[in-house]
Design a protein around this ligand. Sequence first.
Ligand code: HPA
Ligand code: ZN
Length: 324
Amino acid sequence: MKNFINNIPKAELHLHIEGTLEPELMFKLAKRNNIKLEYKTIDEIKNAYNFTNLQSFLDIYYSGAKVLQTEQDFYDLTYEYLKKCKENNVIHTEIFFDPQTHTARNIDFKTVILGITKALEDGKNELAISSKLIMCFLRHLSQEDAFKTLDEAMKFKEKIIGIGLDSSELGNPPAKFKDVFKKAKELGFKLVAHAGEEGSYEYINDALDLLNIHRIDHGVQAINSDKLMQRLKDKQIALTVCPLSNTKLKVFDDMKEHSIKQMLDYGLNVTVNSDDPSYFGGYMNDNFHAITNSLNLTKEDIIKLVKNSFNSSFITKEEKQNFI
Ligand code: HPA
Ligand code: ZN
């Protein structure tokens, strides 16, 4: 089973590039950019990754991102992740980036996006990994700030396939971003949003009704509403589930309590993803191994999960030819 999981070609649909910053690279970039870290050793960093909820993670995650300063830094970050894709046999990946985390520190939008996309181009040519880029708005900031970010992104529109919504879910409901998502839809972007990670299943309904999204990121709280489960099944709306993230952030106390198998058996279009692998203790294969061991998944389950990812990706029909 272990080899089966490792060897099957996979697609990843929920991955924050800032969440792939490994402690080793954090140290290297801090040194290169003359930035003082709060930590003295890699072990000290790893010990700090002891989260109690989403916010306790986000505080450390935003702080870690401060070492990212130059286009080369964003290139290195992205290329390191693509090497992990290769190791995990992830052949297609749809990557989130959070421009506001960087523009708020006076790093140009251009610096961020050019560093990331140059690495994606090299990753395609040198590692044969195909990719798409999704720009997320930080939901703890205002809709006005999101509009400004959307405006800045328009210079690079051809590099961005979609728009997402992440950061602190509780208290920042989908309704807050209704207008900017409407605008993004008019501009032709695909739409996704984090919903029902820590927040109630109502946020999933709202993300579908008010933001018109194509996929739900996380969505594990759907299990608390029969009506929503039926809706997600009927429409086959993809849920990009992140098992190790959910246990690390105490959405579930134990992997044995994770809802993914129940949702899969019910007939939902669920997928497996790594979210912020450097912070949550594992890349794609680790996520598959963890659920397989705790929830007794079969080979058929694994195949279904992997197929769901490719089918729910933003790969065009023409691009799909390359995967066959
Ligand atoms: N949830 C919300 N915001 C995030 C996450 C997440 O899992 N990872 C990075 N930003
Ligand atoms: Zn996420």
